[in-house]
Ligand binder design. Structure first.
Ligand code: NAD
Length: 391
């Protein structure tokens, strides 16, 4: 069972870029980062509008002098202070991630960045190189990967409970954007604008989450893929509001990914089913405390978080914050990830590379693969769903 005893002498002094008033994801970062007392929010460039940023920051309890008009000013001014920031989370629209991440790493800060981390794999590789040179850590906010039952699934695959992995079906297919809601929703408007969203809409926005679950649970690498994408709301073209991807993995497994924002009537429908030669598992983010386990020839089982029959010797599985039966959810998954980011940042600061290497978290490599998925899907879709090599 998780408890909050692990502390640093002082919490990591932490700031945010983006995530301001009315943003979709800002509160999730603040809630998760500060849950275990390992981070303390001390500064921010939360908003494009400096006045609103200051007002918002003061309402969060920050010193008004540490609510900045933009990230450049924040990195410069904070570097002058003895108690300046040590880490920053970036929760701005996609087009800004690369330049803000780069500036943060060059200012010697650890970074948590939203996905997709950049528009191109070259940019993401460049960030990786700067981080390595400066001994900084990049965490990428694949927020669903912190669920204990996701970690249980990973262990089951690793320990051979499913046999040889044959088929992986992934989907993140919601129905929230089945009409042209972007006309009145700025958060959707930028998502369907290539100059801000990047080369994809649903593939990068939600497909990368399901794809990362596959990476985490199976560790398999894609060999080649074929993608068909389209927009049912025509004004979203050239970006897609629906996509289907077929994949062949190294080693012989095959899979599909369905990413959609027009799955009318659905909430998230983020599901992953992994089929092995002996058994299958299935996980759904709307019932994250359960993992379905089906052994061929036996009645299906539902495994529940917090129970002794799970692989409790694995830290990620044992990370339940309340006993089984009490529902845990999205915020706990995020907090589990921020907890790990904090331990990773601390290990890097102490130059304890061995500890750092032993901490599992979605890092820059996960970020790079998400960007690669988008690039390769576009390459395939542009050639009428031709099969393209993944690397
Ligand atoms: P949003 O449009 O709701 O909010 C963006 C916020 O960033 C606003 O407060 C805006 O004022 C601010 N902002 C924009 N440009 C800025 C800049 N240059 N400097 C400082 N502040 C700036 O967007 P959102 O839905 O919160 O998405 C933000 C990012 O988070 C996106 O990359 C998105 O893909 C990602 N996201 C991730 C998840 C997840 O589950 N990990 C969920 C939702 C969104």
């Amino acid at each position: 069972m998780f408890n909050e005893e692990r502390h640093f002498d002082q919490p990591i002094r932490w700031a945010m870029v983006g995530g301001g008033r009315g943003s979709q994801i800002g509160y999730s970062h603040r809630n998760a980062a500060q849950r275990d007392g390992l981070f303390k929010l001390v500064a921010g460039a939360f908003d494009l509008d400096p006045e609103r940023c200051r007002d918002f920051g003061i309402n969060l309890g920050l010193d008004g002098d540490r609510c900045y008009a933009n990230y450049k000013e924040m990195f410069e001014q904070e570097a002058q202070r003895e108690d300046g920031i040590q880490a920053v989370s970036i929760a701005t629209p996609n087009s800004t991630h690369y330049e803000i991440c780069k500036a943060a790493l060059e200012a010697n800060l650890h970074v948590v960045c939203e996905k997709p981390i950049t528009f191109t794999t070259e940019e993401a590789e460049e960030l990786k190189a700067i981080a390595a040179k400066n001994n900084r850590v990049i965490g990428v906010m694949y927020g669903y990967s912190g669920f204990p039952m996701v970690q249980q699934a990973r262990e089951m695959v690793k320990r051979g409970d499913l046999g040889e992995i044959r088929v992986i079906n992934m989907q993140f297919a919601h129905g929230f954007h089945n009409e042209e809601y972007e006309l009145n929703d700025p958060g959707l408007k930028w998502r369907v604008s290539p100059e801000v969203s990047g080369p994809t809409y649903v593939l990068g926005d939600i497909g990368t989450h399901a794809f990362y679950l596959c990476e985490v649970m199976t560790g398999l690498e894609v060999d080649r893929l074929s993608c068909m994408r389209q927009s049912f709301i025509k004004s979203r073209t050239p970006l897609e509001d629906n996509a289907h991807v077929m994949m062949e993995f190294k080693g012989g497994a095959v899979g599909t990914l369905w990413a959609s924002a027009v799955n009318a009537g659905s909430m998230h429908q983020q599901k992953i089913r992994i089929v092995g030669s002996k058994a299958s598992i299935e996980w759904w983010d709307e019932q994250p405390n359960q993992l379905r386990y089906e052994i061929q020839g036996e009645p299906p089982r539902i495994l529940d978080r917090g129970m002794g029959y799970l692989y409790q010797d694995v830290e990620g599985v044992a990370a339940n914050r309340v006993g089984g039966g009490h529902a845990e959810g999205y915020f706990e998954s995020w907090a589990n990830l921020y907890h790990r980011f904090a331990l990773a940042f601390d290990a890097a600061d102490r130059d304890d590379q061995e500890t750092l290497a032993g901490i599992w978290f979605p890092g820059i490599d996960a970020g790079i693969e998400g960007v690669r998925l988008c690039e390769k899907c576009v390459e395939s879709a542009d050639q009428n769903a031709a099969w393209v090599e993944y690397k």
